[in-house]
Design a binder for this molecule. Structure first.
Ligand code: ATR
Length: 291
């Protein structure tokens, strides 16, 4: 599509931003859905987040994504924040509202769509969450919101795991959330669990590691999603599969957070499965080219 005086500008606010897959994904959908828009990388220096958001508003940007390290910081500069984003404490999508941008968290909802698409049940099930950082919080929030029966947060630092467990319990009343050290996995009640892997262990180039490596642990894991998507199959995923479970990487979560953002910017659009799959094929080929 030709860029003209009518073209709307969107972008991703991050630092670094060079490796982001979001420009390719959103520009792909803009062509597919005939939207006169362009989506560009917006590298912002630390300390310039306020100026970036106010400047984007002043220049009429149609919307933005926000990623590492600004998902928390950006929240101070918005006119409204969606309830889920406020509870999670992180915003990754900005949508124009009356007097400024409204912040959403489409990571959590993107993960939810990826889980549902794989027919993994949440309600009434016992879940294990590996990690207690920013990604874990979005995952733990959506699992509890969707009615997980029990959530076991296993983290290297028990204090951080306990802090996340406490926060989730505060949000969801007396939901059953327990924190333990990664090394304490033997204390999990005997069962087959669904699991989200949200630590950075196993991410390229650290591809020969998994946060837990003992094959006995993996006998307890039925279904798992690793939030990592480089490499396409992490060691964690391999260990789940070797023990007879099903494992998926984080690419669908990435794509669905993009789908939800794109549909927030364009309420008249509902991306088709074909368009979602087209983006997945594009990103997969880009990732293969990079590794
Ligand atoms: P993100 O926003 O991507 O979740 P983060 O908030 O920095 O990133 O969280 C990183 C997660 O990976 C944490 O759970 C961290 O464990 P700690 O809380 O103990 O730091 C986990 N992590 C990182 N490196 C790890 C390692 N070598 N072994 C185990 N866990 C690790």
């Amino acid at each position: 599509m030709m860029i003209s005086g009518k073209t709307k500008v969107y972008g991703i606010l991050a630092n670094p931003v060079e490796h982001s897959l979001s420009p390719a994904m959103h520009n792909f959908w803009s062509k597919q859905t005939n939207k006169d828009m362009v989506y560009v990388p917006l590298k912002v220096e630390p300390g310039q987040v306020k100026e970036a958001v106010k400047g984007a508003w002043a220049m009429n940007l149609g919307g933005m994504n926000v990623t590492v390290p600004y998902k928390q910081q950006v929240m101070e500069h918005l006119s409204q924040i969606d309830e889920d984003a406020l509870a999670i404490g992180a915003v990754n999508t900005l949508v124009p509202a009356e007097t400024g941008y409204k912040g959403y968290n489409t990571d959590a909802k993107g993960l939810l769509r990826a889980i549902k698409e794989k027919n993994i049940e949440i309600q009434g099930k016992r879940w294990v969450l590996l990690g207690a950082g920013g990604a874990a919080k979005a995952a733990g929030y959506i699992l509890m919101k969707e009615g997980a029966k029990q959530l076991f947060i296993l983290n290297r630092s028990v204090e951080k795991g306990e802090a996340l467990a406490k926060e989730l319990k505060q949000i969801f009343g007396k939901g059953e959330v327990k924190a333990m050290a990664l090394s304490q996995w033997r204390e999990l009640p005997e069962d087959r669990y669904s699991c989200i892997q949200s630590t950075s262990v196993g991410m390229f180039p650290d591809k020969d590691h998994s946060p837990i490596e003992d094959s006995e642990f993996f006998k307890r894991i039925d279904k798992a999603i690793d939030i990592i998507y480089t490499p396409a199959e992490t060691k964690f995923m391999r260990l789940v599969k070797e023990a007879g479970g099903a494992a998926y990487n984080g690419l669908d979560m990435l794509i669905y957070q993009g789908v939800i953002a794109y549909e927030l910017w364009h309420p008249d659009i509902k991306l088709t499965m074909e368009q979602v799959k087209g983006a997945k094929a594009l990103l997969t080929s880009m990732l293969e080219g990079k590794l």
